[in-house]
Design a protein around this ligand. Structure first.
Ligand SMILES: O=C(O)[C@H](O)[C@@H](O)[C@H](O)[C@H](O)COP(=O)(O)O
Length: 234
C-alpha cells in the first residue's frame, strides 16, 4: 500500500507557505550534503503561489538547478510554456533554470529523445520531483493516451519522453514532454500539491486503487517505495 500523508491547510496561502518551507529545507539539505541541488517543478496554476513564497527565501540559489517536470511543445515565450513561469521567478535569483525542450525537433518523439539526452548531462536523481495533478488524473504530462504505457514502463535510464495526449487537454492542447514514471520515482523526495475537493477525491481514489488504478497518478504512486506528502487546500 502506498504510504501517503495528507497535509491539509485552511487556504492556498497557508499551503504555499508550508510547501515553500519544505522545499527550502530540501534545498539547504541537498547543498549541505552534495554542494548542489536539482529540482523538478510542475507547471500549471497551483504551483504559482508556492513559487512566489519560495522566491522570497534567502537560499544559495546559484547552487540550485530547476527543470520543469514536464513541458508543452511551445516556444519559451508562450504563455503555455512551463519553463517560462519558472524562469521568470527563479532566474533573477541566480538559479540555473534548465529547459528540457529545445525548439526545432521534427516531432514530439524526437523532442523527447533530445530532452532525454539533455537531462543526461545533469546529475540525476533530482533532490525533489514536485507534482501536480489534473482532474483526469494526469500528473506531469503523463496523460491517458497512446504513449502512456511507454512512459509508465520506460526503463530506468529513460528520463523524458514525448507525449501526445489523447484526448488533448483543454487549455493547452499541445504535445508534451514528461518525466517518465521511472524518472519521477528516482527522486530523493516527491511531493504533490493539489487544491479543491474534486482533485482530493480523485487522488484518494487513485491511491485506494493502487496498482489497478486507471489514472496516471495512481500508476505512478503505486510504485513508490517511500512516503509521499500530499499538500491540499480547499
Ligand atoms: O504542464 C502542466 O500542466 C503541469 O505540469 C500539470 O501536470 C499540472 O500539474 C496539472 O495539469 C495541474 O495543473 P493546475 O495546477 O493548473 O490545476
Amino acid at each position: 500500500m502506498i504510504e501517503v500523508e495528507f497535509w491539509d491547510y485552511d487556504d492556498v496561502d497557508e499551503m504555499a507557505d508550508a510547501v515553500a518551507g519544505d522545499i527550502a529545507f530540501i534545498i539547504e539539505s541537498a547543498i549541505d550534503a552534495r554542494g548542489e541541488c536539482l529540482l523538478a517543478f510542475p507547471g500549471g496554476s497551483t504551483p504559482k503561489p508556492v513559487y512566489e513564497k519560495l522566491a522570497e527565501k534567502k537560499l544559495p540559489w546559484k547552487r540550485v538547478t530547476i527543470i520543469p517536470g514536464d513541458e508543452r511543445l511551445v516556444p519559451v515565450d508562450d504563455e503555455r510554456s512551463n519553463i517560462k513561469g519558472i524562469a521568470q521567478t527563479f532566474l533573477p535569483l541566480g538559479a540555473r533554470v534548465y529547459p528540457i525542450y529545445a525548439e526545432g525537433a521534427e516531432d514530439y518523439v524526437m523532442a523527447g529523445h533530445a530532452a532525454d539526452a539533455r537531462l543526461k548531462s545533469l546529475k540525476w536523481p533530482p533532490d525533489l520531483v514536485w507534482l501536480g495533478m489534473g482532474t483526469d488524473g494526469h500528473t506531469a504530462s503523463l496523460f491517458p493516451g497512446p504513449d502512456l504505457d511507454d512512459a509508465m514502463d520506460a526503463p530506468k535510464g529513460k528520463l523524458v519522453m514525448g507525449i501526445k495526449p489523447d484526448p488533448m487537454p483543454e487549455g493547452a492542447a499541445v504535445e508534451r514532454l514528461s518525466l517518465t514514471r521511472s524518472a519521477i520515482l528516482q527522486a530523493r523526495t516527491i511531493i504533490i500539491t493539489i487544491t479543491g475537493q474534486e482533485k482530493r477525491e480523485i487522488l484518494e481514489g487513485a491511491i485506494e486503487d493502487g496498482q489497478s488504478s486507471k489514472l496516471p497518478i495512481g500508476r505512478v504512486l503505486a510504485e513508490t517505495e517511500f512516503p509521499i506528502d500530499v499538500h491540499w487546500a480547499p
